[in-house]
Design a protein. Structure first.
Length: 157
């Protein structure tokens, strides 16, 4: 999300519109802003007396119990996010179960280092057998999903 405009800049734009005889489009072009933004600022100034930006929304909070997730991770530090989600889901109520990507986001927010696990990646030079039994070369149309594992080290900030 882009940064908000400075309050003094907003005040100058609103003042130029309210004190002048120019349209929204003309004033917006002078200041290099969208016409609709100027309209909202003028309406906000008329309603509240201020053009200060409104606070941003908060979004949804994660339902993961981070201390429990870290306790599960301490049992086997080299778990993939899928394995970690499965182990975590076995310890919580059905309504609190999460997907692997929720675990991945929670660990990133907590400062853990997440690395790609190349143990399941096909070798491009070695020929492999596919699940269906047909012989195929590595990297020819068959894709292996990326698996992420968690390093027990927290990232340096």
């Amino acid at each position: 999300m882009p940064d908000t405009y400075d309050v003094r800049f907003r005040e100058r734009a609103v003042k130029a519109y309210t004190q002048g005889d120019r349209s929204y489009a003309e004033v917006a072009a002078i200041f290099g802003i969208a016409r609709r933004s100027l309209e909202r600022w003028v309406a906000q100034e008329r309603q509240t007396g201020s053009v200060a930006p409104k606070p941003r929304g908060g979004g949804r909070r994660s339902t993961i119990d981070l201390p429990l997730l870290e306790a599960v991770l301490a049992l086997k530090p080299e778990m993939t996010c899928g394995e970690l989600a499965e182990a975590y889901n076995g310890r919580v109520a059905r309504a609190k179960r999460v997907k692997w990507w929720t675990v991945w986001r929670a660990l990133r927010r907590a400062g853990y280092v997440l690395k790609k696990n190349d143990r399941d990646q096909p070798n491009k030079t070695d020929r492999k057998f596919s699940v269906r039994g047909a012989r195929s070369s590595g990297g020819s149309g068959t894709s292996t999903p990326t698996v992420w594992f968690v390093s027990m080290r927290r990232a340096r900030i």
